[in-house]
Structures are given as structure tokens and as C-alpha cells.
Ligand binder design. Structure first.
Ligand code: SF4
Ligand code: SF4
Length: 322
């Protein structure tokens, strides 16, 4: 029986159950999107939710970076800020490791608002949904580490000199002030969507002209790049997550050691020649069938969306905590 007919048979047999995970994920994503950007609630219902500000400061990784209402940033930004202040962020790194150990990249697959936007774009029905050639894909995966390393290279002298050479620290900080104050800044699509763009569009509306859009050349290039990435995700799922997200880069280094795992049953799985449906469905292009049976993470790229588990006609994919 061909792959296509197998999938059709599977869909007929499981027509009520086959979208359960996707439906659950969409609900979580929508709720998380509204909560994380609770400014939306304020706009729609004209209420003042500043009272939540404290909550989002306690759990900074749950707020949009630099959201003027939360005054917060993501956990990665807080780690960078600590380096700027000459403090080794042992507590924050500990929290980050704990989150990854206990929840893997559940945040990326189910909660991240930028992930939700890309998923929404990819859900737009179009012909020719695509995936990038595996060899090119593997090379592009490394791109997202570039900003992480660049920013660290800029900030490490600050961390070292804060106590050893205060004069150098002050002068150097002044020369890299824009990065010190906003380490991921231009590299963060969430900051761009939830902070930079609303601010600039606010200026456009209040001033009544388009000048604020073109004032900063770098920002203008970013409009184009980020717009292209968002439009591109209609055809290529999770384009930003896979190749550009600096937070995804950091998460991918830790998630492969998570206790929360996906495994594939060697007894139930019939393999690529007979099936391979899971690999075709994976938005992160992970070669699931080349990974060990007992635990697969695509070298930390898996975002725990569970699409592979949902589509497997043989129930061969399991979640385990070990
Ligand atoms: S894990 Fe499931 S979907 Fe993937 S190849 Fe094996 S049987 Fe097919
Ligand atoms: S391997 Fe499965 S859970 Fe991980 S990203 Fe791919 S489809 Fe989602």
C-alpha cells in the first residue's frame, strides 16, 4: 500500500482523534499569546492590567522583551544583562537549565508567541508547502548561533573588567552602550514585533506621516528581512525558529539533555520505506528515523510540538520522562 493511501486510511480510522494534539496546542498558543502580550487585553477591553507587572517581572521569561508595560525581558536577555553588570548569572542559568531539563522545548512548541505567529502563517492553505534541502538546512541551522556568539564576544570584556579595571569598563561600556542596553535587540523577532514595530507605528499615527518608518536605516532593513521571514513561513514552517532565533540556539544546546523525551518504538515503527510520515510532518525537518529509538531531539532542534506523535499511524512515538 502506498504512503498516501496509508495516510488516507489512517485519517479515516482516526478522524476524531488525529487532530487532538494540534487542537490542544492551538488553544495553549492562543491563550499564551494573549497572556504574554496582555497589552492586547488592555486594548480590547480598555482595562488597566498594570497590576500584572509584578508577576511578569517574577517570571521574566514569560514576558515579551522590553514590553513597556512589563518592563521585562526574556531570560536570555537577563543573562546577558548580568554579564554587563559583571555578575555571573548563576541563578538565571540554573533556572534555564531546570526549565529545559523538566520541560524540554515545550516553550518553543506550545507557548512562544513568535512560534504561534509562524504556525498561523504556515496554516494558511497554499499549494507547494516546501522544505529546504537537507544539506542546506543543516548549514543554515548554524546561522542562529552567530548573534549569540557575537553578543557574548562584545559583553565578556565588560564582565571581566567590571571588577578588574573599572576605568576600562566605563569607557568600553559607553562605546558598546546600544548592545549593553539591548543585547539581542535587532536579532529578536519578538522584540521587533511586540516592541519596536508598535512603537514606530504609534509614532506614525501620532505624527500623521511615514517618516518614523524610515528614520533608522538598520530598522528599515529589518522590516524587510523580518517581513520576508514571516511571509516565508507560509511555505517553510518555523523559518525563524530554525535558522535565526538566538533563544532557540541557546535552548538547542540544553534540550538534548532533557528528562522529557520523545522515543520511537522499534517494534511498532515500520520505518522510512514503508511509512516515514513523521519525518514528512516535522516542521523542524528532523530526520527522526536516523535518530536513536530511545530518545530523539534532532540535536536539540525538536521543539516538542508532538506533530510526529500525532501523525504516526502505528502509535510508535511515545513521550517519556526519564
Ligand atoms: S515513527 Fe510512525 S510515522 Fe514515523 S516512520 Fe515509524 S511508523 Fe511511520
Ligand atoms: S520531532 Fe516531532 S515533536 Fe520534535 S519538532 Fe519534529 S514533529 Fe515536533
Amino acid at each position: 500500500m502506498s504512503l498516501k493511501s496509508k495516510f488516507i486510511k489512517y485519517k479515516k480510522e482516526f478522524k476524531f482523534a488525529d487532530h487532538t494534539i494540534t487542537i490542544a496546542r492551538r488553544i495553549v498558543q492562543i491563550v499564551a499569546f494573549v497572556i504574554l502580550n496582555y497589552v492586547i487585553l488592555e486594548l480590547i477591553f480598555s482595562v488597566n492590567l498594570l497590576v500584572l507587572d509584578g508577576l511578569f517581572k517574577v517570571v521574566p521569561f514569560l514576558s515579551s522583551p522590553n514590553n513597556h508595560l512589563t518592563g521585562g525581558a526574556g531570560i536570555v536577555e537577563y543573562i546577558y544583562y548580568s554579564f554587563v553588570e559583571g555578575v555571573f548569572p548563576v541563578f538565571l542559568i540554573g533556572i534555564l537549565i531546570l526549565i529545559l531539563l523538566l520541560t524540554n522545548r515545550f516553550f518553543c512548541g506550545w507557548i512562544c508567541p513568535v512560534g504561534a505567529i509562524q504556525d498561523a502563517c504556515h496554516a494558511i492553505p497554499t499549494k507547494n508547502k516546501k522544505s529546504i534541502k537537507q544539506t542546506t538546512h543543516k548549514k543554515l541551522l548554524k546561522l542562529k548561533f552567530v548573534p549569540v556568539i557575537l553578543v557574548l564576544c562584545v559583553l565578556i570584556p565588560l564582565f571581566v573588567s567590571k571588577t578588574l579595571d573599572p576605568e576600562f569598563y566605563t569607557n568600553y561600556k559607553q562605546s558598546v552602550i546600544s548592545i549593553a542596553q539591548n543585547p539581542l535587540g535587532y536579532f529578536s523577532l519578538s522584540e521587533f514585533l511586540f516592541y519596536t514595530m508598535p512603537n514606530i507605528f504609534g509614532q506614525v499615527f501620532t505624527s500623521g506621516n511615514l517618516e518614523p518608518l524610515f528614520e533608522n536605516g538598520i530598522l528599515f532593513v529589518l522590516y524587510i528581512v523580518y517581513l520576508a521571514i514571516i511571509i516565508g513561513s507560509v511555505w517553510y514552517p518555523r523559518l525563524y525558529c530554525k535558522y535565526f532565533c538566538p533563544v532557540g540556539a541557546i535552548f538547542s544546546m540544553g534540550s538534548k539533555y532533557s528528562f522529557l523525551k520523545l522515543s520511537r518504538s522499534p517494534v511498532k515503527c515500520v520505518g522510512r520505506t514503508e511509512c516515514g510520515i513523521c519525518e514528512n510532518a516535522c516542521p523542524k525537518q528532523i530526520k527522526i528515523l536516523d535518530e536513536p529509538y530511545e530518545f530523539y531531539s534532532g540535536n536539540g532542534e525538536c521543539n516538542f510540538c508532538l506533530k510526529c506523535k500525532e501523525v504516526c499511524p502505528y502509535g510508535a512515538i511515545n513521550i517519556k520522562f526519564a
